[in-house]
Design a protein around this ligand. Structure first.
Ligand code: KIV
Length: 292
């Protein structure tokens, strides 16, 4: 478990992010699930999210519902060990904030003790009381509205939300309630651009969009999507900047070929045996050949 002192506190804090958003500087967040992805992302982004998307991106699940606190803690600890300068946000998985307030506080507080600076949880005004209790316990909360993946069954699939008039108004109401409850920022996922723009306008906290158009205070994408490491169908809001899977698999293929052709490792990639040891090894081998 990492314990941040004042000296090695994350360089980017919530007040920084809120000031930057007020100044019109767009905020950037991506996911990381281990030390490698954290080191890739940290110099580039303002916030790192240890998302429960680890379930479908890395662990082979179809959705985020099977992700547990134990899994999240494991991945958060790996990311936190890199001591990122970006604000580290940990995603509360399904059932980690639904059962009781004690359980919720314990789970969220455990994230902070493992190095997160904030937690994220999904849902609208029905979460307001929970969010108030967390904030009361010095646990900063990022809200998450619109297409909330933990509600996949209730939504009937991963569908854009807020297209019907009453749903759009409910999202505005939810956003207002979440700010009132004390959220420091809000993820808006899978909602029409104009609605996200309106939410951003009525709130004084930053909005971070994913599939929510260009008018949010910032954007978040899953790192593996940006880097082309995710296989299969990509939603239209994802922009992939490199065929990471193809590039990396090609490199692996070259190495496998070199092994099979006997050209890896080269002498430069091997260790030489010093002369004295070489003589001793030869002597032992010739002695062996004389044994009956
Ligand atoms: O789990 C996650 O990665 C997320 C982001 C996509 C916002 O919740």
């Amino acid at each position: 478990m990492s314990h941040h002192s004042t000296i090695d506190a994350p360089a980017i804090t919530i007040p920084h992010l809120q000031q930057w958003a007020r100044d019109g500087r767009r905020l950037v967040m991506t996911t990381a699930y281990d030390a490698v992805t954290a080191r890739l992302a940290d110099p580039v982004v303002d916030m790192i999210l240890v998302g429960d998307s680890v379930g479908n991106v890395c662990l082979g699940f179809d959705n985020t519902l099977p992700v547990s606190m134990a899994m999240m803690n494991h991945h958060l600890e790996a990311v936190a060990r890199t001591r990122p300068r970006a604000l580290l946000v940990a995603d509360m998985p399904y059932l980690s904030y639904h059962l009781s307030l004690d359980d919720t506080l314990c789970n969220a507080g455990g994230f902070l003790q493992r190095g997160a600076a904030a937690v994220k949880l999904e849902g609208g005004e029905k979460r307001a009381e929970t969010i108030r209790a967390l904030v009361e316990c010095e646990i900063p909360v990022m809200g998450h509205l619109g297409l909330t993946p933990q509600s996949v069954h209730a939504m009937g699939g991963f569908k854009v939300q807020g297209r019907a008039a009453e749903d759009a108004v409910q999202i505005l109401e939810d956003a207002h309630r979440l700010e009132e409850a004390g959220c420091f920022a809000l993820v808006l996922e899978g909602i029409p651009s104009e609605l996200a723009a309106r939410v951003t306008e009525i709130l004084s906290i930053p909005t971070i969009g994913i599939g929510a158009g260009p008018h949010c205070s910032g954007q978040v994408l899953v790192l593996h999507d940006v880097l082309g490491l995710t296989q299969g169908h990509q939603p239209k809001f994802v922009r992939t900047y490199v065929d990471g899977f193809g590039v990396l698999q090609q490199a692996l293929t070259h190495w496998a070929e070199d092994v099979r052709r006997g050209v890896f490792p080269s002498p430069a990639e091997s260790y030489a045996l010093p002369a004295a040891a070489h003589a001793a090894v030869s002597a032992w081998a010739s002695d062996l050949s004389t044994r009956s």
